[in-house]
Ligand binder design. Sequence first.
Ligand SMILES: [Zn+2]
Ligand SMILES: [Zn+2]
Length: 168
Amino acid sequence: MAARCVPKLETSTRWDDHALATLQAHGYRSSRPRRAIVQALATRHCGTTARELQGALERAGVRVGVASVYRTLELLADLGLVRRLDLRDGGALFEPALPDGSHHHHLICEACGEVETFEDAALERAITALAQRVRFQVAAHDVTLRGICPDCAARRDAAPADSRGGRR
Ligand SMILES: [Zn+2]
Ligand SMILES: [Zn+2]
């Protein structure tokens, strides 16, 4: 998974303090693996998988199984500290949910899995206006655009016509 995402360290530094404080307020002790997961996630502005996170932790000398990384990510998502993005192949990406509500949305390539992010003020205004019209109390939203990234589109255009649609 090649996520073309830039870490935003100034905001994520506050996120890890916020996440650890929220865990503690809910009675979860801050074990070393849990702290390490929060800190590793804080440096990632955009989605990461449980497996990628586990690899990064292992390289930093923190031994923790991928199942326990996944459980911690689910816990953080349940507490509203992490946003979860489900991928079509059954995988999921996790990223910090910043306390100030600032966020981005995603473009996902259906061919190679590349993920890019976008922000759009007009879209946010439209969603806010819509949220006031519907009967639900809207707490959050996700917007994901799926399609083909420029690299995959170029490869597709370059392929000879008779190989298109064939299984390679
Ligand atoms: Zn993201
Ligand atoms: Zn939004």
